[in-house]
Design a protein around this ligand. Structure first.
Ligand code: AP5
Ligand code: MG
Length: 213
């Protein structure tokens, strides 16, 4: 099963993708997590991506596409995967479609986690992310057991640089301009499914598993 998560920054794509990956036994692939891991390790890719991410802009397709295509050709992706944060532009969606076509394959579901902008800005300030394993928490909705420490790996939790209010506004603008046209793209292919992302996260997950079966 090949699944794409669509939705604004902070809509809950990552939260839902992790649960989907666990339930269906497929890898969760987040281009944002891959970039953050590279930034942390100080790789050339990370250095280049950081400049764009800190401003709330998209990393250029040319860098992003190669990373994603490399990752989905790994052995653990044979039975499918859930993509979180990719594609984010029409050209990215086309590259993925062409690559899958060549293997006689296709995306099965594009799930749009729908949350209005006003809710997003409130959510982001409360998010905390693990610097090591990428797990996310929310100071009100999903607090860690010990403040500031990741339950899963014991590392420090931080407010992401791009979760500052000014950058969140830029990310939302970029989302509306470059990423939301993907809803139409997948709707035309008959695989777009929309879930109300303002509900409790387990209710959102229930709506998604009803769709995936
Ligand atoms: P990325 O890491 O993908 O960030 P994003 O799309 O901005 O999304 P987020 O990770 O911020 O939000 P999310 O939807 O995963 O929400 P979450 O589950 O954490 O990308 C970062 C940057 O990398 C981009 O800006 C870009 O520069 C670059 N990039 C990445 N991919 C790229 C690509 N393909 N092309 C070009 N550039 C790319 O939830 C948010 C918070 O809300 C959490 O605290 C969570 O606990 C809480 N929450 C979740 N669900 C609920 C709920 N139902 N109720 C209440 N709270 C909830
Ligand atoms: Mg995320």
């Amino acid at each position: 099963m090949k699944i794409i998560m669509l939705g604004a920054p902070g809509a809950g794509k990552g939260t839902q993708a992790k649960m989907i990956a666990e339930k269906y036994g497929i890898p969760h692939i987040s281009t944002g997590d891959i970039f953050r891991a590279n930034i942390k390790q100080g790789t050339p890719l990370g250095m280049e991506a950081k400049g764009f991410m800190d401003k709330g802009q998209l990393v250029p397709d040319i860098l992003t596409v190669k990373i994603l295509l490399d990752r989905v050709s790994d052995d653990d992706c044979k039975n499918g995967y859930v993509l979180d944060g990719f594609p984010r532009t029409i050209p990215q969606a086309e590259v993925l479609e062409n690559a899958l076509n060549e293997m006689g394959d296709k995306v099965d579901f594009a799930i749009d986690v729908d949350v209005p902008d006003e809710n997003i800005v409130r959510r982001m300030g409360g998010r905390r992310a693990c610097v090591t394993c990428g797990a996310t928490y929310h100071i009100e909705h999903v607090p860690p057991k010990k403040e500031g420490i990741c339950d899963k790996c014991g590392s420090e939790l931080i407010l992401r640089d791009d979760d500052k209010p000014e950058t969140v506004k830029n990310r939302l603008a970029v989302y509306h301009e470059q990423t939301s046209p993907l809803k139409d793209f997948y709707n035309k292919k008959g695989i777009l499914k929309t879930v109300d992302g303002t509900r409790d996260m387990m209710e959102v997950f229930g709506a998604i598993t009803d769709i995936l079966g």
